[in-house]
Design a protein around this ligand. Structure first.
Ligand code: NA7
Length: 533
């Protein structure tokens, strides 16, 4: 028998870091329910349990700022936390702030339908819950819908297959196994060195080589921790004034203003620094000038050539088809050095693509590979994937997946015209994954909470955005992207990692301060670009 509908104020979708904060922020003032697909909280850091999973931004930054006591008391063991520590942190926050009673685990949202006469969303979940609410906040994550290649023959493959984001909870015994990993993005680059150490043989199937920097990870030293804890409020405020909500060192000189010796010195310092993202800002023009960018590319290629002993393998591993930083930079723990092991081989699947699964492994246009375990580190239907996989119907039967067929449209990444009272956190065309997502997510949740408070105080029943505002925002997003080298690579940033996915660059690269100013200015100007009624 169908469950009776429940009437509440707000549904939050997702109990990842942004969703958890939204629960905390809104629960005292409103009746809320949070639906979560996973069996636990933490989102990205619940799902991504593959060996080597680790954040690539410093944990003192990549953590909540909303509660000073939490900030002071929590101890990160390392500069860049491993997945278990991040999951532990998410659980600690859920317990400490009593968030669990409002979160329904293992209960993904299946559909959303807007009743325009009643100004209410009808939310249906996998467990048969039917919630009628005024507002929906989709904190569904930019990297949560896995991309699984659809080569034929999967059902006949007799070995084990694991997508990295659906890794089993128990440790795998791989010591006598031939393992294949497909992909060489951030995930594969973290997992592969560990898989190589614990398996009989590892074959890496590479379509596009990646730029990767060595991780400067180490146990967090007390002095560094103390300096953050003594200055947290000031530093958090500074972070929000930086391009990527992160206090990396920003450069003052263009590559063209430096002699080759100066360039080399700066790049060596960047290579040895804690954060890979330092390489994207080694000079002021790395992300905007092809020549400046090429200086950094060639420096990294030479590092790869120095590390990898076999020159043919080294050359295959050198990215040459796109600028550095145009795809997400990777951070590794011994990735290139791994190719010096006897039990690791590299297969180029750009020139000879994988065509099918066989009973015993994979077939490419040139060869067959026998594998006991296949790891698909093939990434995500990113940014829009999680929302497009929910059946979302706005006013007059408009479906979100139809509206976004040619690419996502929205205003400031928050709202889509025709879908009133539905707010996205880290939505498409927001700074999303090009910002430090926990702090940026807190700011977005605060912004949406302010919009809801205003609606309630001013007696409005709904807010929508306009198509004109969406077009203006698209022009701003595309204008910003066209100033950079980002559009010169196929990646999950522009959806070109997924066959047939349409749309342009999905992330706002005009910098967080401008994004924040434009959003706040629109609200101050009597909700310019929005319709309240
Ligand atoms: P990514 O960065 O999207 O990497 C996925 C990798 O899988 C990438 O090397 C892809 O090659 C490869 N891939 C995808 N489909 C195929 C097929 N069909 N054949 C061969 N190779 C394929 O995902 P990650 O999980 O590594 O990282 C996602 C983000 O998480 C990362 O950017 C960080 O922000 C954290 P391609 O490059 O598309 O040629």
């Amino acid at each position: 028998m169908a469950k009776p509908p429940e009437n509440i104020d707000i549904v939050i979708i997702g109990a990842g870091f942004s969703g958890l904060y939204a629960v905390h922020k809104l629960r005292d003032k409103y009746d809320i329910v949070c639906f979560e697909a996973g069996e636990g909280v933490g989102g990205t850091w619940f799902w991504n349990r593959y060996p080597g999973a680790r954040v690539d931004i410093e944990s003192v930054e990549y953590s909540y700022s909303f509660d000073e006591d939490l900030q002071q008391e929590w101890k990160w063991p390392e500069y860049f936390s491993a997945q278990p520590d991040l999951e532990r942190y998410a659980n600690h926050v859920a317990d400490r702030f009593g968030l669990r009673k409002d979160i329904r685990l293992s209960n993904p949202v299946k559909s959303l339908r807007f009743d325009k006469d009643a100004n209410r969303w009808h939310v249906q979940s996998a467990n048969g819950d039917h919630v009628i609410c005024k507002y929906v906040i989709a904190a569904t994550g930019a990297l949560s819908a896995p991309n699984m290649p659809d080569w034929p023959g999967r059902e006949k493959y007799r070995g084990e297959i694991y997508h990295t984001t659906q890794w089993p909870g128990e440790p795998l015994d791989l010591k006598d196994k031939r393992v294949g990993i497909i992909g060489t993005g951030s995930t594969a680059i973290q997992a592969a060195p560990i898989l190589a150490e614990c398996s009989k043989h590892l074959t890496v199937f590479q379509r596009t080589p990646a730029f990767s920097m060595p991780s400067g990870n180490r146990p967090l030293d007390e002095e560094h921790e103390r300096s953050w804890k003594e200055n947290y409020s000031e530093r958090r405020a500074q972070m929000l004034d930086t391009y990527g909500v992160s206090l990396i060192e920003y450069p003052t000189k263009s590559a063209h203003e430096c002699t080759p010796e100066e360039q080399n010195k700066i790049l060596e310092e960047g290579w040895a620094s804690k954060s890979a993202f330092q390489m994207m800002v080694a000079f002021t023009d790395v992300m905007t000038d092809r020549e400046a960018n090429e200086v950094v590319c060639e420096f990294v290629r030479n590092k790869i050539r120095d590390i990898v002993k076999d020159p043919e393998t080294a050359e295959k591993l050198c990215p040459k088809s796109y600028p550095i930083g145009a795809k997400r930079l990777c951070i590794d723990n011994g990735y290139f050095d791994m190719y010096n092991r006897d039990n690791v081989s590299l297969v180029d699947v750009k020139s000879a693509p994988i065509t099918e699964f066989t009973e015993t492994g994979l077939k490419t246009t040139e060869s067959v590979y026998d594998l006991d375990v296949i790891v698909t580190a093939t990434g995500f239907d990113a940014v829009t994937g999680a929302l497009s996989r929910i059946d979302i119907e706005g006013v007059d039967g408009l479906k979100l997946k139809d509206k976004w067929r040619e690419g996502p449209t929205c205003t400031f990444g928050f709202m889509v015209a025709g879908f009133p009272n539905l707010f996205m956190i880290h939505g498409p065309l927001s700074p999303g994954a090009l910002s430090q997502m926990i702090t940026a997510g807190e700011w977005q949740v605060d912004f949406v909470a302010g919009v809801i408070d205003d609606l309630e105080q001013d007696g409005f029943l709904r807010i929508d955005t306009t198509e004109e505002a969406e077009q203006n925002w698209a022009a701003e997003v595309n204008g910003a992207a066209s100033q950079t080298v980002h559009h010169l690579a196929d990646s999950w940033y522009n959806g070109k990692n997924i066959a047939g996915k349409k749309g342009g660059f999905m992330i706002y690269v005009g910098g967080f301060p401008r994004y924040r100013d434009l959003s706040e200015t629109a609200v101050r100007n009597d909700y310019e670009g929005f319709l309240r009624s």
